[in-house]
Design a protein around this ligand. Structure first.
Ligand code: ATR
Length: 279
């Protein structure tokens, strides 16, 4: 390895990757903090993932974010795994350590909680049950972070019941499974409500879970951010709830990687939101 200082490089690995907003987000921070560095989209097929991950450090990369479809495989390839990534079963942030080892972390749960703290001041997981719609990868990270934050009970409902039951088996007694047709019932007295499904996203099916049982004052959060204000959030706001959109989670989950790779803890500001939205 060469001994002169190298310009730090990082990026996001997925396939396809052209739609990713992460390069815009990182460029904004690099410019804001006047850091010389680059963050690039990297499109890699599954069969090449390990070779690419082992080679990137040799080209000056200090780490990468990982997105669909490589989050699970990336965890298998990594040499060292954070407790959080192990619990979630997927990695979204890889750090290439100077000793040559690949360290895998998952910052989705951190991003979810940081977004709530920033945009729903006073939010507290411990004050009541949380209701989570969906049981995919995002739901796993969110359920883990809500449990870690002290939610007394997590109610979960998913179209494919078996996936919700699998989460229950893994995460234990504080997780209660509701039938998808009964999903609306689990909202009763829930103080945190999260949509982790793709329902309501542009081009996907409309959000159709009845919200009559929503309690005014509950904090309602969508992970969908196209559109920014989803039907779920519009209806929740009409019901007197505090609403938090999904863009903030995307921005906050990037904070630990940026800090690690470029040596500066970045702020999630309105300017950043606008830059990413307008990209
Ligand atoms: P991610 O990793 O982003 O969470 P995923 O693992 O594909 O993505 O999960 C998507 C979630 O949206 C799942 O909970 C999925 O339900 P299924 O497990 O039944 O597939 C949910 N979802 C997607 N489309 C849906 C629809 N039309 N109706 C209800 N749920 C839907």
């Amino acid at each position: 390895m060469s001994d002169h200082p190298r310009i730090p490089l990082a990026g996001v690995i997925g396939s396809p990757i052209a739609h990713s907003r992460s390069p815009v987000l990182f460029r904004h921070w690099l410019d804001q903090y006047e850091i010389t560095g680059y963050y690039v989209p990297i499109d890699v097929d599954a069969e090449d993932l390990e070779t690419v991950l082992r080679t990137l450090p040799k080209a000056g990369f200090v780490g990468v974010n990982v997105t669909i479809p490589h989050k699970i495989r990336a965890l298998e390839i990594a040499d060292v795994i954070s407790d959080r990534a192990a619990l979630i079963g997927a990695a979204n942030t890889l750090i290439f350590r100077p000793d040559g080892k690949i360290y895998a972390d998952n910052t989705d749960g951190y991003g979810f909680i940081a977004n709530l703290k920033q945009n729903a001041p006073g939010w507290d997981a411990t004050i009541g049950p949380a209701a989570v719609l969906g049981a995919g990868g995002a739901a796993r990270a969110i359920v883990a972070s809500l449990l870690e934050s002290g939610a007394p009970e997590i109610r979960i409902s998913n179209r494919t019941r078996a996936r919700a039951d699998a989460l229950r088996a893994e995460f234990g007694a504080r997780l209660v499974v509701y039938d998808w047709v009964q999903a609306g019932n689990m909202l009763e007295d829930a103080t945190t409500v999260v949509n982790t499904t793709s329902l309501g996203m542009v081009g996907k099916q409309e959000f159709r879970v009845p919200l009559d049982a929503l309690k005014p004052g509950a904090t309602c959060c969508d992970i969908v951010y196209t559109p920014l204000k989803t039907k779920f959030l519009i209806e929740a706001e009409e019901a007197g709830c505090v609403i938090v959109d999904g863009l903030g989670m995307l921005l906050h989950q990037a904070v630990p990687g940026f800090e690690r790779w470029f040596g500066q803890r970045p702020e999630v500001t309105e300017g950043l939101r606008e830059a990413v939205l307008n990209a």
